[in-house]
Design a protein around this ligand. Structure first.
Ligand code: GLA
Ligand code: ZN
Length: 655
């Protein structure tokens, strides 16, 4: 059974409301209640004075209403008394000064003082609740980002990180290429985080320094998760532990961060205003496929869109009819086994008082709650859904290293790592084919097609594994700006691009043109002519054959895309950034060659995803648009209302 949950903050509400709230949730058929993640100041109002009674009561009450609790560790917001006594627990901003208190997430994850207090509170929580049957799982902290902290502790730890990695200053200087702009280190003390203040741009710093700092900040966040996981496991070895991730500019390496955790989880806030740009249509599907790819298995949603957003922008438009259910089932279609809605009732105070929950301040039943009731009824009729998973034959490779490096050094206007990932994903998904977004370090076993958007920071291991994958019959699609730097973000001397990938691609880049936002054309061997932008690699083919050529300018008729038979497999090299339609044509060819069936009749914004299991499976059709959509599916006409999800068993029956 897919689990339905509610995010609830007992500490925000008068005690007299709790019983009624839980009773209403019980009536809905809610399985889990998530609580506690911001409640440290209530749990330990004064140093060493602990108050668990209220939480005991809330957990007990939830249990009496048939619900289990997902308990948050409260480390995102340590109490103010802690910072007053220990300013060194504060996070420091990129400019090297302590951040301001009063929002949230302002703790330094590496501060020894913070760790000491965190160990105490998390330890006590785990002792008290860890083995209790009422606890379904633990959420560590809240939406953890990379610990981009510049405090004295983090500065010292960054030095240590570099020292462990490079051993000597000489090795570090060489690896980072610090001779440029006279930046050679002659003592470890000179090494600091790359400090930023307004007017400074990241890309003025040595990219090797930036990349290692990003790795360090990400690793610090992962360490914080590991630290808390161990605290809980030591007291409750069977505890199910996770954390709620979100995409942000400060994203840690999720694959690493989730390593010690049991299940990947995500906060799912799909757009209430649907994107006009067709390139954005499948962006939420991408996010879900990414989260599933973290552990290559089903995942949880710990915050699911329950009402119009606010605070992080002005209040968003209200959700259209069908949106609450549609987006919830979209997540299920992509592999979510638990959906916890954010939040029961809209807060009446604080910055997020207009970031709406399911209920408004008036606490009356409304359209959103009615829609959730319908969703719960629908899911109750599909108990076998949770025995299924999303199995994909196509994978898109992701790496936070590429993301960091390409953010540190933008290559061209209209060319971004995230866009590269999304264009490839979009082309496959929009033809009704399941696709996983996985770590570049994950196994390729079980896949037939591996898509590699811009492998910029070259990992020779990944290159070797891709070669092997292609040689043994797989298809690889590699895009421009691959093989550009070594693992330290330093250029690779004396070799043509795409360096480590040249042999498998059977081509080399003679010259490139970073055309920025200019638009040009290319024509393909399949007859089409497409707009291109951002980047043009001028290819010289070795064993490869051309798949597309440039049109016009001084490189007319020079290949832009190549195709190479390599061993038993095929490798495509895409030297430019094309319009959306082009990727569909390329993917259609690559997928068909591997015997993967596509559906080409899906209108833009209609999504198909399949979950399968030992007892059969389900195919989800989701209309992620506000128009009704009519299309041919095989020989029959299919109609989907706005935001409608229809579910078919693999044997063809509608459920
Ligand atoms: C995030 C946080 C929540 C809340 C929501 C809504 O996902 O985890 O605490 O702020 O956003 O904005
Ligand atoms: Zn710090």
């Amino acid at each position: 059974m897919i689990q339905i949950g509610i995010d609830y903050y007992p500490e925000h509400w008068d005690r007299t409301l709790w019983d009624e709230d839980f009773a209403r949730m019980e009536q809905l058929g809610v399985h889990t209640v998530r609580m506690g993640e911001f409640s440290w100041c209530r749990l330990e109002p004064k140093e060493g004075e602990f108050h668990f009674e209220w939480l005991d009561e809330a957990i007990g009450l939830a249990a009496r209403h048939g619900m289990r609790v997902i308990l948050g560790t409260p480390t995102n917001c340590p109490p103010l008394w802690l910072f007053e006594r220990h300013p060194d627990a504060l996070q420091y901003d990129p400019d090297g000064t302590p951040t301001h208190l009063g929002i949230r997430g302002h703790r330094c994850m590496m501060s020894p003082v913070l760790r000491r207090y965190a160990a105490k509170i998390v330890g006590l929580l785990a002792e008290r609740y860890g083995s209790r049957p009422e606890i379904a799982a633990w959420q560590i902290d809240n939406e953890i980002e990379s610990n981009h902290c510049t405090c004295p502790t983090c500065t010292a730890l960054f030095r240590q990180y570099a020292q462990t990695k490079y051993g000597t200053l000489e090795a570090l200087n060489k690896a980072w290429g610090t001779d440029v702009w006279g930046g050679e280190y002659s003592s470890w003390q000179q090494l600091t985080p790359p400090l930023l203040r307004s007017g400074f741009r990241r890309d003025w710093y040595n990219p090797a320094w930036l990349l290692d700092y990003e790795r360090f900040c990400s690793e610090s966040a992962a360490d914080f998760v590991r630290f808390q996981t161990e605290l809980i496991r030591a007291r409750a070895p069977k505890a199910v532990i996770t954390t709620n991730s979100c995409f942000s500019g400060g994203m840690p390496d999720f694959h690493r961060m989730f390593e010690p955790l049991d299940v990947a989880a995500y906060d799912n806030y799909p757009p209430v205003t649907l994107p006009k740009d067709p390139e954005q249509l499948y962006s939420n599907a991408f996010a879900l496929d990414f989260i599933r790819g973290i552990k290559q298995k089903n995942f949880w949603i710990l915050e699911q869109l329950g009402g119009p957003m606010g605070c992080w922008g002005p209040i968003s438009p209200s959700m259209e009819p069908g949106m609450l259910e549609g987006y919830a089932l979209q997540a299920v279609a992509h592999g979510a086994d638990l959906l916890s809605f954010f939040r029961w009732r809209t807060s009446i105070s604080g910055a997020e008082m207009f970031c709406h929950g399911l209920l408004d301040h008036d606490n009356r039943k409304n359209r959103r709650l009615t829609e959730l009731e319908g969703l719960c009824r629908r899911l109750r009729k599909l108990p076998a859904l949770s025995d299924t998973t999303v199995v994909s034959q196509v994978a898109v490779l992701y790496s936070s290293e590429q993301e960091y490096a390409l953010k540190n050094q933008r290559q061209s206007e209209r060319f971004a790592y995230w866009t590269q990932l999304r264009l490839l994903h979009d082309a496959v998904l929009s033809m009704g084919v399941n696709v996983d977004v996985i770590s570049q370090n994950a196994s390729f076993e079980g896949y037939r097609v591996v898509l590699v958007p811009t492998h910029f920071v070259t990992d020779p291991n990944v290159a070797a594994r891709l070669e092997q994958f292609a040689a043994s019959g797989g298809t690889v699609v590699l895009t421009n700006r691959s093989g550009v730097t070594d693992r330290n973000a330093k250029g690779i001397p004396g070799r043509s691009l795409p360096t480590a990938f040249s042999a498998m691609c059977g081509c080399r880049v003679m010259e490139y043109d970073a055309i920025g936002s200019k638009t040009q054309l290319m024509r393909t061997t399949r007859g089409g002519c497409y707009r291109i932008t951002g980047w043009c690699d001028l290819l010289e083919l070795d064993t490869a054959v051309p798949w597309a050529w440039y049109v016009g300018r001084y490189y007319a008729d020079i290949p832009a895309i190549s195709k190479n038979h390599f061993g038993k497999g095929t490798v495509y090299y895409v030297g430019t950034v094309g319009e959306r339609a082009f990727y569909r044509v390329l993917m259609k060819e690559a997928l068909t060659e591997q015997g993967i069936e596509t559906i080409e009749t899906l209108p833009q914004g209609v999504e198909v995803c399949t979950r399968t299991g030992p007892g059969g499976g389900y195919r989800f059709f989701f209309n992620n648009t506000l128009d009704s959509q009519r299309f041919l599916l095989g020989s029959s006409h299919m109609v989907l209302q706005p935001m409608e999800v229809r579910i078919q068993t693999v044997s063809g029956e509608w459920v």
